[in-house]
Design a binder for this molecule. Sequence first.
Ligand SMILES: Nc1ncnc2c1ncn2[C@@H]1O[C@H](COP(=O)(O)OP(=O)(O)O)[C@@H](O)[C@H]1O
Ligand SMILES: [Mg+2]
Length: 239
Amino acid sequence: MEVRHLDVGYGKRKKYRQVLFDVDLTLGQGEILGLVGESGCGKSTLSKAILGFVPAAGGEIIHHTSRPQMVFQDPFSSLNPGKKIGWILEEPLRLHKGVIPASERRERAVAMARRVGLDESFLERYPGDLSGGQRQRVSIAIALIQGAELILADEPVSALDVTIQRQIMELMLELQEEMGLSYLFISHDLDVIYQMCDRVMVMQSGRIVEMGDVERVFERPEHPYTRTLLEASQSVDPA
Ligand SMILES: Nc1ncnc2c1ncn2[C@@H]1O[C@H](COP(=O)(O)OP(=O)(O)O)[C@@H](O)[C@H]1O
Ligand SMILES: [Mg+2]
């Protein structure tokens, strides 16, 4: 996926307020690109623009793969509370262009649930019966069952306890390796970015101020804002 000179804002005419300024990025197959920056800087807006939920005011977004899928911080709000997990996982297959027989839909849902670490019994449960980590597994499964090659993960572990965070990060890394997935991985947590990503972009007030290999950016930050972020997050130890 490529983003070129992307400008995005909210509101019409006089009320228009620009949020992203001249954003450029390239995300290769099998790559995990991190996006870090403080709350309100425009991280979620970038992922929404890539999905086409927010229109670009300028620039372009070029997709070289199937439609990207989103994994959100709080999957609870995006999972239908009145439907069982099995039904939820089968839903994208029901909406599929070619008809997929019910038995095959169920088989695929079971296989995908297993792949994200949930046994078959979870298919009979409701979202409200699941823990935060289990719900996040379901939302990853939903993205994958739709054949996503690129996943936009917007703070996917920020609402989870540290132990569960680790488990979900490990799952995402395993799936990424197995399936050659690409992630745009958004987090305000530098520790998480350091553990997950190959490259990282640092965003300040809607602009990418620094981009590079994670090791290089953490060890030799070039932009003063990156240094400020690193200093504010004392627990990060790149050694
Ligand atoms: N739907 C919207 N309408 C108007 N302004 C918005 C909307 N969504 C986000 N914004 C504004 O855009 C800026 C960036 O927000 P966001 O992309 O959510 O930042 P982040 O994800 O980095 O916290 C903020 O100032 C926010 O208030
Ligand atoms: Mg956000």
